[in-house]
Design a protein around this ligand. Sequence first.
Ligand SMILES: [Zn+2]
Length: 500
Amino acid sequence: MNMPERSVKVVIYSRVSSKDQEKEGFSIPAQIELLRNYAQRHNMIILKEYEDVETAKCAGRTHFNEMVKFLKNSKECHTILVEKTDRLYRNLVDFVTIDNLPLDIHFVKENCIVSPNSHSSEKFMHLIKVGMARQYIQNLSEEVKKGLTQKAKEGYVTGKQPYGYRKLDKRICVIDETTSGYVKRAFELYSQGNISLRALTEKLYEEGFIYKQTQAKAHKTQIEHILKNPFYYGVISYMGKIYEGKHEPLITKELFDLTQHAFRKDNKPKHMIAKNFLFAGMIKCSKCGCNLSGEIKKGKYIYYSCTGGKGECEQKHIYIKEEIIEKQIIEAISKISITSEHKDWISSVLAESFKDEQKYAKERINSLNAQKQKLRERIDALYIDKLDNKISEEFWLERHNKWTQDLLKIQNNITAYEKANINFIEIGAKFLKICNEVVDLYKIADNNEKRELLNYVLQNFSMDGENLSYEYKKPFDIFAKGLNRNKKLPRLDSNQQPFG
Ligand SMILES: [Zn+2]
């Protein structure tokens, strides 16, 4: 057969664990044959073959380490062929070791190639398999599921701290001496009921009030926002509920109530609605890049349009009804809900992928603990020998130090295995649950919560005429695009690509 001019040079890697050897089809020769055939079909040149056979006695991965060393130093070879993910990685440490190298990895049985330029979805599924997805999922479950409500319940501010406060850490808000004076002043002036919001804004500006560094003068809606925030008298308001705050109040409840009373006299319902337009500031005009703003027409319909803030824009006079945008939003997030069929499938893929790995880690931890126990007993016995003058001080010291060192090494190994031994299946199930709840959560949410939710799932909204475009944030991109709900799922036992 003629070799093409530039054949890819590869190494092949195979591994069996002590447990594998009891099962059929897990032998080293079977893996090697598969990989050699694959190389031949793709006109690849095998430079080296590495294999690790783990026995109950010896779990080392001598040849894995040799391979890593070879690939690090090789100028002509950057490709590994391996049967399946779990042959190459046993844990997170292995994954990180490999991921740090600029390699193409062909998972032959999984029909999947991962390279430094791989699509993020491929890499992500890969990360799920080796457990790196844990961080994504932790963030999601913490924030989306319970984080914010819980924070509010505990009396901590749920988002950015209100004006006049600064954050000590992620949760604790304290009064900011440099800005809090203006807030107090605003409440005191407005509560008297003889000054309009506009006049108050002017007055504060003259007294040196700056709301944001980037703007010269505060807008009166920003002042209004401050004056209506119950945070200042010591509570947290979240999703329509009031929780007792952990922060020091800036004003009294009486002053706050007086202020609200002044609003009723002033009676400005338009502004109250205006600041709560669902999509305000979220969607950009596709033509000029300005944010769309909302307004009420005919007294009840909410329309959005380009503000034309960057000069003339052809879309400036196109008004889009809020429902038209929201319909497209719901369509977008409903694509990431996963059917029970998908769920079972993904769960079993995860379970299958990590079965060996989990078992292996457990076995290792058990045997390391046994070693530890034995070593401890030896150190104790040695000490008795020393007390009985059976051994010299020197000999005792030398042995004692060596064994203590060994003990430390064993403990480090145990810790490493425990860390790597994440409960992958539980993590996967948790993540899927969140995916499935996004639409339901959205439907019962108020405007603030909707924005919060969308912010987790979607990004880069832009409006072209009446068409909304957007992108999915990671990792939702895979579950929206990668898993077509009508597509038949690949079978687990086949050689099909599992994450097509
Ligand atoms: Zn525009």
